[in-house]
Design a protein around this ligand. Structure first.
Ligand code: MG
Length: 384
């Protein structure tokens, strides 16, 4: 790597945060400037003891109130969500890893973009909710957004093979989740435990449920639309159960460029942290001496209606991304609490989208209002 980099990890206790720390553990040129966690404070302290950050932020004031942070020499302990902005914009930070799950990660990602930071973006909701706004802000401030999401990281890499005007379409791969071979009838009685059992990726509960409904892919279509400034009709999704090809870019001449690797989030994280350099990594390489087959087939939009919502929202823009994301976040929460059936996750999202008052170029305040409205709407589905 050409220069050492100091990193702030927003959401360090989660799955992406922990993988990021593992990448840093193995790369001499990378160090931790700051960490933040919501309520997993034991983990936060353990990581602070190992990585010696300048600052740690505990965002859940309730959890932090009675907690003993012990002795952390050289580390400042800050409590409250407002301090996320501090570690996202500090002058000493070279890369901000935005890994807070859900819409909660949006304000600090926006702050980093305004400050012109290089952002390793794992929080896809930022682009789903406020894609138009944040990409404009990033352009104005000179902020670089590097995708950590494995599909988008693959597209980002594949895009280096040609010029922007030469791109025909982006092809996002989807594992299809645990129910790809399940029939429509059976989907209605899916339990929480079945939905949490993902075949190829080991992730947090929210994204695992999103993967089972294929809402994750829907959100990724919207994410790609804004991140790469490509219209929705130039984005396709293909089911690829092995999760080896992480995505592809088709160019106008008919060449399709793909990025392949065994599924391991540490690779796209490392790519974003060290970009534009490539450095030796610790993730497993493809073993082509073993028999391996790669399958691809089109997604079943009837079985996974959430995916269709993604294309619709990517086309419409405006407040629709904020509404879909918020409706889905609350629907997933309700499903995990066993208050909503699996198939009602997408059904409720569709109805809430249809009922919302669309604004085509919303302000940040209007996006937040649309988000809050959609979260309330889910109650009509769960209180019956
Ligand atoms: Mg992904």
């Amino acid at each position: 790597m050409t220069s050492a980099r100091r990193i702030s990890i927003l959401g360090s206790s989660g799955s992406i945060g922990q993988s990021t720390l593992d990448v840093i553990r193995h790369q001499a040129g990378l160090s931790v400037f700051a960490l933040s966690a919501h309520s997993q404070l034991q983990q936060l302290v353990r990581d602070a003891q190992e990585f010696h950050p300048k600052v740690i932020v505990a965002t859940c004031e309730q959890s932090a109130a009675g907690f003993d942070f012990g002795s952390l020499p050289g580390t400042e302990v800050l409590i409250g969500t407002q301090h996320l902005d501090t570690i996202a914009t500090a002058a000493d930070v070279d890369v901000v890893v935005a890994a807070i799950v859900g819409a909660a990660g949006l304000p600090s990602a926006m702050a980093a973009a305004k400050a012109g930071k290089t952002i390793a973006l794992a929080n896809k909701e930022t682009l789903v909710v406020a894609g138009e706004l944040i990409t404009r802000i990033a352009k104005e401030s000179g902020s670089t957004i590097l995708p950590v999401d494995s599909e988008h990281n693959a597209v980002f890499q594949a895009l280096q093979s040609g010029r922007r005007g030469e791109v025909q379409r982006l092809i996002l791969t989807a594992s299809g989740g645990p129910f790809r071979d399940c029939d429509l009838q059976k989907l209605q009685s899916v339990t929480v435990d079945q939905a949490l059992d993902h075949p190829t990726w080991n992730m947090g509960p929210k994204i695992t449920i999103d993967s089972a409904t294929m809402m994750n892919k829907a959100l990724e279509v919207i994410e790609a639309r804004w991140l790469f400034d490509v219209p929705s009709d130039q984005i396709d999704v293909v089911v690829h159960p092995q999760s080896i090809v992480h995505s592809m870019v088709e160019f106008v001449d008919g060449s399709t460029i793909a990025q392949l690797s065994p599924p391991d989030m540490r690779l796209p994280i490392q790519h974003a942290l060290t970009w534009p350099d490539r450095v030796a990594g610790m993730t497993p390489k493809l073993d082509l001496s073993q028999n391996m087959s790669l399958d691809f087939y089109p997604p079943d939009l009837e079985k996974f209606p959430a995916l269709g919502l993604g294309f619709e929202v990517a086309r419409r823009g405006g407040t629709s991304g904020a509404v879909l994301n918020a409706a889905n976040e609350s629907a997933v929460k309700a499903f995990l609490n066993r208050d909503l059936s699996f198939t009602d996750i997408a059904a409720s999202c569709r109805e809430i989208l249809e009922q919302h008052e669309f604004i085509s170029h919303p302000t940040y305040g209007q996006l937040m209002a649309a988000d809050a409205w959609a979260r309330e709407e889910i109650n009509r589905w769960t209180t019956v």
